[in-house]
Ligand binder design. Sequence first.
Ligand SMILES: *Cc1c(COP(=O)(O)O)cnc(C)c1O
Length: 575
Amino acid sequence: MTQMPSNIAGSVIHAAGTAANLAALTATHSHIFWCKMVSSTSFRTASTAVFLVFAARMAAKSWRELRARGIIGSVKDLYGFCARKFFRFMMTLPGISEKVNAEVEKTLTRMEEEMVPRGPGITRYFELPKQGWTDELVFNELHELAEMKHSPWEAGRVSGAVYHGGEDILKLQTEAYGMFSVANQLHPDIFPGVRKMEAEVVSMVLRIYNAPESGVGTSTSGGTESLLMASLAAKIKGWHEKGITEPEIVAPVTIHAGFDKAAYYFGIKLRHAPLDPDTYKVDLKAVKRLVNSNTILIAGSAPNFPHGIIDDIEGLSEIALKHNIPLHVDACLGSFVVPFMEKVYSEIDLSVSVPLFDFRVKGVTSISCDTHKYGFAPKGSSVIMYRDAKLRRYQYFLATDWSGGVYASPTLAGSRPGALMAGCWATLMRIGEDGYIESCRNIISAARSIRQAIQNEFECLYVLGQPIGSVVAFSSETLNIYDVADGLLKKGWHLSALQNPSAIHIACTRLTVAAVAELISDLHEVVTQVEMHTVAGEKKQQGDTAMLYGVAGSISTHGIVDELAVGFLDNLYKV
Ligand SMILES: *Cc1c(COP(=O)(O)O)cnc(C)c1O
């Protein structure tokens, strides 16, 4: 869902660029006329110079766009832009707009009823209690909150989401957390232990990603912040070293939406490269076309979130080195699985060769790794790594003349929770290399069983690409895959829906390992049901997934999903 707004923005910007180019061409004539009217020669020279600079910039811009998208691509973009504008306009017409709004309202009301339970037995607290509660009261209420009706993650039926290292680890984390709950990394003089733990966590992660001696990093609050930091550092580097004022990032369409967010926050243009249709890795030829003198960063994933595929990082590295552009590898999801895959595959299946994706690839300048995914650290923890300190310096923020004192901060947050760092450090030390290798083996084996079952036991399903990690994405040429997702949902399975192309995926966690056989047998039942309905051509009531992605996937209803997404976010803050 999060990708949609930026796609629209991209088309708008693109179309606006095209319009501006046309304007520039027609302006030539009026400009000559206008110049005749001005008597001062020096003024004339100055204005001609300004105009020439403007025209040259416009020409360069049009050339970049045309080279990036090709003639057919540009025409398609323009068509898509106009079609969406047209349908958006249609939806504002009297008669239609009331109907659309009523439908949207209905859906939003239903969503609110599900997300914000109200009614007898639920007390809602709108303001501070006049008098503070007793411990007992607080704990009783906390127990009820923990037991509110939720998706059954404990049984391993949720894709990704809960990266849990086992009961013992949870207990250890809670204690570590308690010991450091007042600690703040902003004050290393007061909490020297937390500073030491952070430096050590960063160092451990650098080692498993084969960083050179010069390698450095910082911890962050999660994968998204790591991607924001990598983008910011690259943007500032581009500005300092190449004078780039209109920064662009080139990344596959499968790159995490955190890059769209970075683009949105930092005023960067994100150029999405399509995939190779056979491998689902980024198409290197397309990347070459998208790279230009404004490119501040190229990015790839190891592996990506949608399909669990590792991009050709060595191929991207060649392009990056040739043009002297930084290359980021998003290993947020790969985290503590992908670095151990080489070793695990050498034991379980020699026919699988794990491609290089880390600092051993020369062009790689930064890598993000989420300790809170397969590192099993408490949520709110990730590491951003750089090949050298010079690049890391660009993410630092300094306000050395602030009236509050000399201020310096390494990442987005000011105050940072030292307790989370203690939880992370304790987890890494407790699990150790042997523990992570074992968890990698179990998780990969679970994903392999699912992949093999889908390939061998289901004629109507296919796996996207050749995933070798923890994620398996699949789809169907004959069935509506979202109906399959809704069928699984009825049986308590929460798989992730994907789009462009339509598919669903499961990200295996430690919890999935024990549930693989159940998943396959439930998938058989659901697929048989959906097949029966499809063959009979029955028009049955669509489930939520099929409905949402039906709306999202159609150009005529495109804008409606934005309304639903905003409604969803608004619901988060309803009491
Ligand atoms: C999870 C993930 C991220 C970042 O996610 P956060 O929710 O911010 O931790 C980035 N990239 C990939 C590939 C991911 O799977």
